[in-house]
Write a protein that binds this ligand. Structure first.
Ligand code: GDP
Length: 200
């Protein structure tokens, strides 16, 4: 897959503000500063998602229509320290609602910083995903920042803790590695979603 056509279709704070069509959605999640905006712009090959905005400011779900066939959904970055406990809770509820009940959600790309490994907030997201019976595509960001040894160690540790069948995918917007594999992973999630739709 390559991204040939891209349109920003708006932000949603409430479920009824999400797109009204039946197209599948692939969500990208990660804590603030994990590199989510950079990764989206890198996938899109243009600057649509805002990089290094005030952390924690964006609380909406942002919908990007790709190739007129599916949405990439930029989920709010979680776990920014300056956000109040109440706001964190509201966010958590909104995320849980989306992940738990959105039928058009074909898959979730869960971003983890390769240097930090899983944080408690990442673990919270993983629990939400497990409760919703969703297997995420786990992606380690900023792979250019570590050498070969720490990189292998990070992959193994995340794979073991989350019980993944395969090691997580390491990507870097700096070196460009992992882009093709990530698009392939997204494609695979969309294919199995379409397969499930046909069999229902
Ligand atoms: P977000 O808060 O998750 O949207 O994170 P951003 O995309 O704003 O990135 C946070 C910081 O990490 C910025 O300073 C980026 O330049 C940096 N960053 C993001 N991806 C990479 C990467 O692959 N390699 C390196 N070296 N830095 C990165």
């Amino acid at each position: 897959m390559e991204i040939t056509e891209l349109t920003f279709r708006g932000s949603a704070f409430r479920p009824e503000e999400r797109p009204a069509d039946r197209l599948p959605q692939v969500a990208v999640a990660g804590r603030s500063n994990v590199g989510k905006s950079s990764l989206l712009n890198w996938l899109f090959r243009r600057s649509l998602a805002r990089v290094a905005k005030a952390p924690g400011k964006t609380r909406s779900l942002n919908f990007y229509l790709v190739n007129r066939s599916f949405y990439l959904v930029d989920l709010p970055g979680y776990g920014y320290a300056a956000v109040s406990a109440q706001l964190k809770e509201e966010w958590g509820e909104a995320l849980a609602e989306y992940i738990g009940t959105e039928e058009r959600l074909a898959g979730v790309v869960a971003l983890v910083d390769i240097r930090q490994g899983l944080t408690d907030r990442d673990r919270e997201l993983q629990r939400l995903l497990a409760v919703a019976d969703r297997t995420p595509l786990v992606v380690l960001t900023k792979a250019d920042k570590v050498g070969r040894g720490p990189r292998t160690a990070a992959c193994l540790s995340v794979q073991r803790e989350l019980g993944l069948a395969t090691p997580p995918l390491a990507v870097s917007v700096r070196s460009g590695e992992g882009r093709r594999e990530l698009l392939k992973g997204i494609d695979a999630m969309l294919s199995s979603w379409r397969e499930r739709q046909r069999s229902e």
